[in-house]
Write a protein that binds this ligand. Structure first.
Ligand code: ADP
Ligand code: MG
Length: 226
C-alpha cells in the first residue's frame, strides 16, 4: 500500500436486506489526517464507518462485499481476513458516537473500561493510562478531583470528551467519529475540534459531519456520499 495511505476501501457494497446503501465504493483515507465524510442523511455515512471496525456484523440483514485494508504499524491487513481477531481490531480502530454514551459508572471506570476488557490487571498502569487519556481530551483538570463521581453528572461536552478519552485509552491508530459534535454547545464544539487537530499528529481520523463550516475548519480531505 502507498506510504501515506492508512485505509483502503475497494469495491465496497453494502445492503440491509434487499436495500442497497453503498454501491461499489472505492476510497483511500490518508494517514494522520482528518477526512470528513459528508452528504445528505440516509446516504450510508454511519454505515460506512461501521465497515471500518466491523461493527455492522451483528446487525440483522446487513451484508457487505468488498475489501477494507488497513496499514497498521505492524503490518498491512485485510480486516475481513479470517485471521483477524475482533478485540484486537477494535483496539486499533476506536469509535465515538453522535451522542455521548457514558456507561453508568464513575468517570474513572468509564475511561478504564476498555483497559479492563483488554485484560489489564496492573492498577498503576491503568491509573496512568486513564490520566493520560483524560489529559489528551483536556478533561483531566476538570475531573481529577472527582474521578469517582458518576460520569453522567458531567456536562454534555465533558461527556463527549470522556467518550473520546475512553476511545483513546487503548491508543488506537484510527479514530472513527460519527457526528461527534452535533449534540454539543458551540464552546464544546470548538474544544473538540481543537482536540481533533491535536490528535491527528498520531491518529488517522475519519469523521462524519454535515457542518460545512466545521469541515472547512478542520478537515484535510472530504469524501462526499451522494
Ligand atoms: P447516514 O449516516 O448517512 O444518515 P445510515 O448509514 O445511517 O446513513 O443509513 C443508510 C440507510 O440504511 C438508511 O436508509 C437507513 O434507513 C438504512 N439503515 C441504517 N441502519 C439500518 C439497520 N440497522 N437496518 C436496516 N436499515 C438500516
Ligand atoms: Mg448517520
Amino acid at each position: 500500500m502507498d506510504a501515506n495511505i492508512k485505509i483502503s476501501i475497494k469495491n465496497l457494497s453494502f445492503r440491509y436486506y434487499r436495500r442497497n446503501v453503498i454501491d461499489n465504493l472505492s476510497f483511500r483515507f490518508a494517514e494522520n489526517k482528518i477526512t470528513a465524510i459528508t452528504g445528505p442523511s440516509g446516504q450510508g455515512k454511519s454505515t460506512l464507518l461501521t465497515t471500518i471496525n466491523r461493527l455492522w456484523e451483528d446487525i440483522p440483514g446487513a451484508c457487505m462485499t468488498g475489501n477494507v485494508t488497513i496499514q497498521f504499524k505492524e503490518a498491512v491487513k485485510n480486516i475481513y481476513d479470517r485471521s483477524i481477531d475482533l478485540p484486537w481490531l477494535r483496539k486499533k480502530v476506536g469509535m465515538v458516537f453522535q451522542s455521548p454514551n457514558p456507561l453508568p459508572m464513575s468517570i474513572f471506570k468509564n475511561t478504564a473500561f476498555p483497559l479492563k476488557l483488554a485484560g489489564e490487571k496492573d492498577n498503576r498502569v491503568t491509573a496512568s493510562k486513564v490520566e493520560n487519556a483524560l489529559k489528551k481530551t483536556f478533561l483531566w483538570n476538570e475531573v481529577k478531583d472527582r474521578l469517582q463521581n458518576d460520569a453522567r453528572t458531567l456536562s454534555g461536552g465533558q461527556q463527549q470528551r470522556l467518550c473520546m478519552a475512553r476511545a483513546l485509552v487503548l491508543e488506537p491508530e484510527v479514530l472513527l467519529l460519527d457526528e461527534p459534535t452535533s449534540s454539543l454547545d458551540p464552546l464544546s464544539v470548538s474544544v473538540i475540534e481543537n482536540l481533533l487537530l491535536d490528535l491527528k499528529h498520531n491518529q488517522t481520523i475519519i469523521m462524519v459531519s454535515h457542518y460545512l463550516d466545521q469541515i472547512k475548519r478542520i478537515a484535510d480531505h472530504v469524501m462526499e456520499l451522494e
